[in-house]
Design a protein around this ligand. Structure first.
Ligand SMILES: [Zn+2]
Ligand SMILES: [Zn+2]
Length: 348
């Protein structure tokens, strides 16, 4: 089967290898992959900004698929069911897992990022407890948002909102936009700060208002999904006293607030990392039923396009590859595993 693998720092290739071998594990599902999202974590691994655990390393941690075979000891799933895969496989036994804080699991496995081969493969085996049933009619480009939405929605859940706050979202990349979707679903009309015109326009289309420091109400809550210190630095003087700041995402940026800012404004800063198993992925799938996240998705790519995406040769975020088609301001790339390019036909 064909897979997308990092074969050297800065190089991604499509490899042809064996299908999952041997009998299916008793508590696993064998899943034919349907769609896989690509995010900044994949970019950092592929470009060498972050070191993969080994080479070659198979990418992909935002995946959905169709059940092809069920393990002998499994219940509740049938061949043909569509599932969203939770890539963070937590142990359920350590002190954090027992407290429901699985994001701090001391022996967490992580497909595509840390410990297990990723989802950019035609078929994978995955533990059934980390497979979440999708409504069969949900479009792939929406369903493939389940995992990144779980990250954004968990950040907002952990912020502990009461329904009345003035909320500012920093950054309108995928995490910022999914945060806006989540806030709007909760009845908020969040403010957004984003330098890119197209992304800012998309945030407004989704229900956000453009934040102008000093001319808008002072935010009580900041969801920082910008990934750059300048974003918080530009607004910190305009926050309300005691403002709560939640950092979402895995960028290694320094915080754009000085200890003076933090002390004088009495800011409360909280980090939010992935999500808790199983509630947050399950809730993300439920949210997607009413959440048109396809509005932020780029055109479907084929598996064969993946090397070019990471080599910077494919349309970048916000561009559209088909001539004559009006560009959409989409920000998230994804692979439709059912697509075959001419290139793929030529190789087989
Ligand atoms: Zn991701
Ligand atoms: Zn654990």
């Amino acid at each position: 089967m064909r897979t997308a693998e990092i074969t050297a720092p800065g190089r991604v290739e499509i490899l042809d290898g064996p299908l999952p071998q041997g009998p299916l594990g008793g508590s696993d599902l064998r899943v034919r992959m349907l769609a896989v999202g690509i995010c900044g974590t994949d970019q950092r691994l592929a470009t060498g900004l972050r070191t993969p655990p080994e080479l070659p390393w198979r990418l992909g941690h935002e995946g959905i698929g169709e059940v092809a075979e069920v393990g002998s000891g499994t219940h509740g799933f049938a061949v043909g069911d569509r599932v969203a895969l939770e890539p963070n496989i937590t142990c359920g036994r350590c002190e954090y897992c027992r407290l429901g804080m699985t994001s701090a699991c001391t022996s967490r496995l992580s497909a595509g990022v840390l410990t297990q081969p990723g989802f950019l493969a035609e078929v994978i085996d995955h533990p059934i407890d980390f497979c979440h049933r999708l409504p069969p009619e949900m479009a792939l480009e929406r369903a493939v948002c389940a995992e990144p939405l779980a990250v954004a929605a968990s950040a907002i859940r952990r912020t502990g909102l009461d329904g009345t706050e003035t909320v500012l979202v920093l950054g309108a990349g995928a995490q910022g936009l999914l945060s806006i979707f989540t806030l709007v679903a909760q009845g908020y009309r969040p403010w957004v700060s984003e330098p890119n015109d197209k992304r800012r326009a998309l945030a407004v289309e989704l229900g956000a208002r453009v934040f102008t420091p000093g001319q808008c109400p002072a935010p009580d809550v900041v969801i920082d999904a910008a990934g750059v210190p300048e974003a918080l630095g530009a607004v910190v003087d305009h926050l309300a006293p005691f403002a709560a700041i939640t950092l979402v995402g895995e960028d290694h940026h320094h915080l754009g607030a000085s200890s003076f800012n933090i002390a004088q404004k009495q800011l409360r800063i909280k980090g939010s990392f992935i999500y808790e198993h199983p509630r947050d992925m399950a809730e993300a799938v439920d949210l997607l039923v009413e959440m048109p996240t396809e509005k932020i998705m780029g055109p479907a790519l084929a598996l064969d396009d993946v090397p070019a995406v990471f080599a910077g040769k494919m349309p970048q975020e916000g561009e559209n590859p088909q001539p004559g088609v009006t560009p959409r301001p989409e920000v998230k790339q994804w692979v439709d595993m059912r697509l075959r390019t001419d290139n793929a036909h030529a190789m087989h």
